[in-house]
Design a protein around this ligand. Structure first.
Ligand code: PGA
Length: 254
């Protein structure tokens, strides 16, 4: 299965900084082999990024969308506004949205439906907190988040979806999950996805690992079959660091 490495820039980089990054990354593209690369800058940098990436296979993702298509929703951004700039993917349910901004399973589900309907590929993030892990609740938490997001979703598009397993305690902490734990979680994600979506979707969709991924550890994750890439925060902000990570992923996957 083709690997996908996604850069989640969070609230980093102006439009001008983004253009410089994109131009430099484009020059490294020939080193990326068969790895799919996705950049998810802030909303304000999407249009300049799209122009800077013209002629390249590097794709663009947003970090959030509204579940509505348009209307009186101050401060929200709708899927068609993103598609206008060639955005193809959208991160949904990231732990920072869940824990800092109070997003709940119900709204994440609505956003997921909207993304699929609009033809955006969702990257649905799931993961347990440190307390949940210590309490032995990892499996139950993942099952709950996945069921709320996936149960009853229909259509061929669900097979193109990406699910990112991101243990909350591993995000930005420098302490990544062990590759074995990430692979176990990825297998569970597939089983639960198949239960709720059926039709082979659990095997077809791609599962990323996220949480303190870097060029040094990416290989140990993507060399395990249930893991098909990574969602990368901190290590995606410098061109050289990020390019090295993508190259390492490609080499590990052979
Ligand atoms: P990190 O972030 O790579 O900085 O741990 C990952 C994420 O939040 O998606």
């Amino acid at each position: 299965m083709k690997l996908i490495i996604a850069a989640n820039w969070k609230m980093h980089k102006t439009a001008a900084e983004t253009v410089i990054f994109c131009e430099q990354l484009k020059r490294r593209e020939s080193e990326f082999g068969g790895v799919e690369v996705l950049l998810c800058p802030p909303f304000t940098a999407l249009a300049p990024a799209a122009s800077a990436l013209e002629g390249s296979a590097i794709r663009l993702g947003a970090q959030n969308i509204s579940w509505e298509e348009q209307g009186a929703y101050t401060g929200e951004i709708a899927a068609p506004m993103l598609k206008e700039f060639g955005v193809s993917h959208v991160i949904l349910g990231h732990s920072e949205r869940r824990h800092i901004f109070g997003e709940e399973d119900v709204s994440i589900r609505k956003k997921l439906e909207r993304a699929l309907q609009a033809g955006l590929v969702p990257i649905l993030c799931v993961g347990e907190t440190e307390a949940q892990r210590k309490g032995g609740e990892t499996g139950a938490v993942l099952e709950r988040q996945l069921r709320a997001a996936l149960e009853g979703l229909e259509g061929e598009k669900v097979k193109e979806m990406i699910i990112a397993y991101e243990p909350v305690w591993a995000i930005g902490s420098g302490q990544a999950a062990s590759p074995g734990d990430a692979a176990d979680a990825a297998s569970l994600v597939r089983r639960v996805a198949e239960k709720h979506l059926g039709g082979g979707a659990g095997g077809a969709l791609r599962v990323q690992y996220g949480g303190s991924v870097n060029a040094g550890n990416i290989g140990s994750f993507v060399s395990l079959p249930p893991v098909n890439g990574a969602l990368v925060g901190g290590a995606s902000l410098e061109v050289d660091t990020f390019a090295a990570l993508v190259v390492a992923a490609g080499e590990a996957a052979g």
